[in-house]
Design a protein around this ligand. Structure first.
Ligand code: NOJ
Length: 566
């Protein structure tokens, strides 16, 4: 999996086979030909487990089953067989930091009372104050609100996310054994790999007296020595060494990738071959579209991969961040919080800045070629291949994401639903006439779980399939070409052409420049951020993100070239 292109499926919004308005596992099986034609080598499924869906399924009530609304284990087996028959590997999401409060273990913990072995699986503490009425620490949770919730007998439990997502206590041996069994359960079913949610949060050190000095939310006081009480502690790596022993029981060994929002210089620890093998490098997803930012993102990613002796991973977007085409369509201004411009724009239903879609699409096309030629694996988030933009104007009443609905307080944040709207497959299946752009079958009982905007018809898969200039056509061409070219050494060399222009000709007046690198088989990628078109190095042009003008590469465009060939 170290150099694969992996397609992320957010199951509830991919394809609904039953008419319930929720995407499901059989829907994925139905679209397997589409996935095969796209040219991806693996799919990663965000959680599909039984869940109250307080946090889009990242609140798991049963780790070894399929949510009945999304199908059954038999459907899962059919899906995996269909994927494997086409040579597509399957990765599932493991959520080990917390469960749902509907998980039998948490229910048992509440019933059993303070000091019981059942409570030892979660993080229960007595409160402070004369009657324990104050939470054990002053922490706020990641989605806002206090990180501790009090239960009827007066104790408090810790939750890094919503109150419905109690954190496991990883110092409890039962928790270790349980997750080894979960990994084995899915591996036995033929799953090829795992994406590990909040991989940097499992180990915690709560038995010290300086806890109020630290923050839980957003890891904004991350340190580089593993001494934070909550995030990126050194002991977390013992867990992953234990998991590696499970992965290595299988042939081929199961793969894993860590979701770890840690300092770039600590990413490699998770990716060591003796642990998870790969870690998401989010530098691209965080970067703005300027030469400096994108170049630095590549350098950070490569450095982390070299340090861990693993392959890098490249991510432009996922289910947690505003869609890449929209990010690039908005002003490219660096802020202390990633995506601040897009988040502000979302909060105002897309009215506070001009979303220049033509520009956003042009840059997203260029970014794709820039990303896919890099060594390592690349993750494509569903809908990215259609060039979907963020849906900014979902009515507040229709939002599902807890970051919008209940934790940050009234209308402080619009949340992540705008990138989770059910996909448009068929342009003509008009929602104003009861359709769903082909997301649900014709006789559906319910509308898609999030409303689809009318403009989705322009981005429907069938329409783009018929258009050789569409985003989908570019993704297919690039992904298939990548498969042919990618089997070279895991290296990258910068070309002489690479560098800044010295002129303020990039996005919003930033200094322009050209990112230009080659792989050892002569495959080169050139991306122009500057206003002046650039000459390409000598070679055969394989693919461009926008047409060349007099053989030169215009601003916000990328080209793939086979150096030295004519
Ligand atoms: C990261 C997941 O990607 C996100 O969607 C989720 O809300 C949090 N982890 C909590 O599980």
């Amino acid at each position: 999996m170290s150099d694969a292109a992996i397609y992320q499926i957010y199951p509830r919004s991919f394809k609904d086979s039953t008419g319930s308005g929720l995407g499901d596992i059989a829907g994925i099986t139905q679209q397997m030909d589409y996935l095969e034609q796209l040219g991806i080598e693996a799919i990663w499924l965000s959680p599909f487990y039984p869940s109250p869906l307080v946090d889009g399924g990242y609140d798991v009530a049963d780790y070894c089953d399929v949510d009945p609304r999304l199908g059954s284990l038999d459907d899962f087996d059919d899906m995996i067989a269909a994927a494997h028959a086409r040579g597509i590997k399957v990765i599932v999401d493991i959520v080990p930091n917390h469960s749902s409060n509907q998980h039998p273990w948490f229910k048992a913990a509440l019933a059993a009372g303070p000091g019981s072995p059942e409570r030892a699986r979660y993080i229960f503490r007595d409160g402070r104050g004369e009657h324990g009425e104050l939470p054990p620490t002053n922490w706020n949770a990641n989605f806002g609100g206090p990180a501790w919730t009090r239960v009827a007998d007066g104790q408090w439990y810790l939750h890094m996310f919503t109150p419905e997502q109690p954190d496991f206590d990883w110092s409890c041996p039962e928790v270790h054994a349980f997750f080894c069994d979960v990994l084995a359960f899915w591996s036995d079913r033929g799953v090829d790999g795992f994406r590990i949610d909040v991989a940097h949060g499992l180990a915690k050190d709560l038995d010290r007296d300086d806890l109020d000095r630290w923050h839980l939310a957003e890891g904004d006081d991350m340190v580089d020595d593993g001494t934070h009480p909550l995030w990126d502690r050194n002991e977390v790596h013992e867990i992953y060494r234990e998991w590696r022993r499970v992965f290595d029981r299988y042939n081929p060994p199961r793969s894993a990738v860590a979701e770890a929002w840690v300092l770039p210089e600590r990413q490699y620890l998770y990716a060591r071959p003796s642990e998870l093998g790969q870690t998401f490098n989010f530098e691209f997803a965080k970067a703005i579209w300027t030469y400096d930012d994108m170049h630095a993102a590549i350098e950070e990613g490569l450095k982390a991969a070299i340090e861990s002796d693993s392959a890098s991973t490249w991510v432009l977007s996922n289910h947690d961040v505003p869609r890449v085409a929209t990010r690039y369509a908005l002003p490219q201004i660096k802020a202390t919080r990633y995506h601040q411009i897009a988040l502000d724009w979302l909060l105002r239903d897309g009215s506070s800045y001009d979303e220049d879609r033509e520009l956003g699409e042009r840059r997203a096309r260029a970014a794709l070629l820039l990303e896919l030629a890099l060594p390592g694996s690349a993750y494509v988030y569903q809908g990215e291949e259609l060039g979907l933009f963020e849906v900014a104007d979902i009515p507040w009443a229709a939002l599902e994401d807890p970051t919008a609905t209940n934790t940050h307080g009234p209308k402080r944040e619009k949340g992540r639903d705008g990138c989770r709207v059910p996909l448009p497959w068929v342009a003509a299946d008009d929602p104003t006439q009861g359709g769903s752009f082909g997301f649900s079958p014709a006789d559906a009982d319910a509308a898609p779980h999030l409303p689809q905007p009318a403009w989705f018809s322009d981005y429907a898969a069938d329409r783009e399939e018929a258009d050789p200039t569409s985003m989908l056509a570019l993704y297919r061409d690039a992904l298939w070409l990548r498969r042919k070219l990618h089997g070279c050494a895991n290296d990258l060399a910068w070309l002489d052409l690479d560098g800044r222009t010295g002129l303020a000709d990039g996005a919003e007046g930033a200094e322009g420049g050209v990112i230009a690198y080659r792989r050892d088989n002569g495959w080169a990628c050139v991306t122009n951020f500057g206003a002046a078109p650039v000459e390409l190095p000598a070679g055969r042009v394989l693919l461009t993100s926008s047409p060349l003008a007099d053989g030169r590469l215009a601003q916000d465009s990328s080209a793939w070239i086979m150096l030295g060939e004519i």
